[in-house]
Design a protein around this ligand. Structure first.
Ligand code: NAP
Length: 284
């Protein structure tokens, strides 16, 4: 039977450790780490994600500063808000909830976030530093996946990793992180030919396509480590981007959906904000 890479359990354990770090910062300096969250517009899913992130801050004793901006916000208005948060010494991390309304230049706004406060790992510069193996906050979902693999002692060096998806927040940084961990990496996307053949070669498979069960169970190599970043709600609870039914008899290890990758993402955001607060103390 395959090992379950239980993100919910690992995130829970890590949360206890994060709570101690927040307490230490508070006791040493009287400072409470703060994550500023920016929600632009009225997308209900985004509002839920932001709320979950605020709740996670409270669970570890941090504060969140919630900024809500209207649907018709301009790029200039959002940039001005980001600059204000960059200059606020009480803010240690900035999260701009993706996606923003279409009239806004999202890339320009992400890149306006001060690198020291880019705890969600969305800036081009942060991505570049991470890719070059320099110190940087990684994009939270792939970074959370890396923590999970490390926690379960999954060996990566020399393995063939196949990442299906190449988005800026998930597929691309995931591929770079696996490359830095000495995997041989193949990146697949919507123009890839013979996706099934590519997936069949994976020792480590990451599904990050945003399409319910696009990656079929019978494509998966026996003994592979299967990471499913997707989540699509269904009447039965939800499915991921990979067909996981029966996977326990094929894979060596896999992330369940839900309860695998999702909890690690928020946990990583919180961890990186605490790290930023700790660093800000060291430099003052
Ligand atoms: P995205 O921006 O929509 O990117 C999807 C990627 O999949 C694109 O690179 C696209 O290729 C590729 N793709 C689409 N159809 C394909 C096909 N038929 N064959 C091969 N590749 C295909 O999505 P995302 O933001 O990266 O998210 C991916 C998944 O992860 C979603 O299910 C999302 O819900 C989930 N997610 C989970 C978390 C979490 O915390 N658990 C966080 C973020 C995302 P092109 O580049 O060619 O268009």
């Amino acid at each position: 039977m395959a090992m379950i890479l239980d993100g919910k359990a690992v995130a829970g354990e890590m949360e206890a450790e994060l709570k101690l770090r927040v307490t230490a910062v508070k006791e040493k300096t009287g400072i409470t780490p703060v994550l500023a969250t920016i929600l632009v517009g009225d997308d209900p899913a985004s509002a839920t994600y932001v709320k979950m992130k605020g709740n996670a801050c409270r669970r570890v004793g941090m504060d969140s500063l919630k900024v809500v901006m209207p649907q018709d916000t301009t790029t200039e208005q959002l940039l001005a808000k980001i600059h204000e948060l960059n200059n606020n010494p009480n803010v240690h991390g900035i999260l701009l909830q993706h996606p923003v309304p279409s009239q806004i230049d999202e890339r320009a706004c992400f890149d306006a976030i001060d690198l020291k406060k880019d705890v969600d790992g969305v800036t081009c510069l942060g991505f570049g530093n991470m890719a070059m193996g320099q110190s940087a906050y990684g994009s939270c979902t792939p970074q959370g996946i890396m923590y999970l693999l490390e926690k379960y002692g999954v060996e990566l060096s020399g393995k063939h990793a196949v990442v299906v998806g190449r988005s800026a927040i998930l597929g691309k940084p995931m591929a770079m992180m696996l490359l830095n961990a000495n995997c041989t990496v193949t990146i697949c996307h919507s123009k890839t030919q013979n996706l099934a053949e590519m997936v069949q070669q994976a020792d480590i498979l990451v599904g990050a396509v945003g399409k319910p069960e696009l990656i079929k169970q019978n494509w998966i190599k026996p003994g592979a480590v299967v990471i499913d970043a997707g989540f699509h709600p269904t009447d039965q609870g939800g499915v991921g981007d990979i067909e996981l039914h029966g996977i326990e008899n094929i894979a060596k290890a896999y992330t369940p959906v839900p309860g695998g990758v999702g909890p690690m993402t928020i946990n990583t955001l919180i961890r990186q904000t605490i790290e930023s607060a700790e660093k800000s103390i060291q430099t003052t």
